[in-house]
Design a protein around this ligand. Structure first.
Ligand code: HEC
Ligand code: HEC
Length: 168
C-alpha cells in the first residue's frame, strides 16, 4: 500500500512536469495566436485531432477512465493504480515522445497487451530504475537546488532512444 502510494506520487510528479511543459507551450502558443489574430484576423487554431488508433483506444475504455489501469487493461505490472484514462497520455508523452519513438517500438502490432516485443520489458525496468533514482538516490544527495528533484525518461533520453553520453 505504502509502495503504491509512493509510486503514485512519483507518477504524478512525472505527469505534473509533463503537463506543466504542455501548458507552458500552449499558453505561449495562445499568446502568439492572439497576436496573429490581432494583426491578420486568422481563425483560432483547434488542438490537433487524435490519430484514428488513439481515438479507437480511447473509445474502447469509454466510461472506465477513472478505474485503475489493471482493471481495464490486460497486462499491467508497473502502472497499477494509475487511472486508465491517464495510461494513454503516459504512453504518448513519457514513453513515446521522450524517447523519440512510435508505439510499435515497444508494442507488437495489433496487440497492446502482448509482451512479445522485448523493448516493452526494458521500458518497465527503466520505470523501476527511474523510481529508484527519485525515491532513493536523488533524495540522498544534499544541497540540490530543487526541493523535490525529479529525473524522468526525458531527463536521460531527450528524444533519443539511446541517450547521449557526450556532446560531440
Ligand atoms: C518505451 C516503450 C513503450 C512505448 C513507446 C509505448 N508503450 Fe504502451 N506500454 C508499454 C509498457 C511497458 C506497458 C505495460 C505497462 C505495465 O506493465 O504496467 C504498456 C502498456 C500499454 C497498454 C495497455 C495494454 C494492456 O491491455 O495491458 C496500452 C493500451 C498501450 N501501452 C498503448 C500504447 C500506445 C497507444 C503507445 C503509443 C502512443 C504506446 N503504448 C507506446 C511500453 C510502451
Ligand atoms: C538515468 C538515465 C535514464 C533514464 C531516467 C531512463 N533511461 Fe531508458 N535508457 C537509458 C540508457 C543508458 C539506455 C541504454 C541505451 C543503450 O542501449 O545504449 C536506455 C535504454 C532504454 C530503452 C531501450 C531502447 C532500445 O531501443 O534499445 C528503452 C525502451 C528505454 N530506455 C525506456 C525508458 C523509459 C520509458 C524511461 C522512463 C520511464 C527511461 N527509459 C528512463 C537511460 C535512461
Amino acid at each position: 500500500m505504502k509502495r503504491q502510494a509512493i509510486g503514485f506520487t512519483f507518477m504524478m510528479s512525472i505527469l505534473i512536469l509533463g503537463s506543466l511543459n504542455w501548458t507552458a507551450c500552449k499558453s505561449k502558443k495562445a499568446v502568439t495566436d492572439a497576436a496573429k489574430e490581432e494583426t491578420t484576423a486568422t481563425q483560432p487554431t483547434t488542438p490537433p485531432a487524435d490519430p484514428p488508433f488513439i481515438a479507437a483506444l480511447k473509445e474502447s475504455i469509454k466510461g472506465k477512465e477513472n478505474l485503475p489501469s489493471e482493471e481495464v487493461f490486460e497486462n499491467i505490472k508497473i502502472l497499477k493504480g494509475i487511472p486508465a484514462g491517464r495510461l494513454i497520455p503516459i504512453m504518448q508523452m513519457a514513453f513515446s515522445t521522450s524517447l523519440g519513438v512510435k508505439c510499435n517500438h515497444c508494442h507488437a502490432r495489433g496487440d497492446w497487451a502482448s509482451d512479445v516485443n522485448p523493448k516493452k520489458q526494458i521500458a518497465r525496468e527503466m520505470w523501476v530504475m527511474s523510481g529508484k533514482i527519485n525515491r532513493e538516490l536523488l533524495p540522498a544527495i544534499e544541497g540540490l537546488q530543487s526541493p523535490q528533484p525529479v529525473a524522468n525518461c526525458t531527463t536521460c533520453h531527450r528524444g533519443d532512444v539511446i541517450p547521449k553520453t557526450s556532446l560531440q
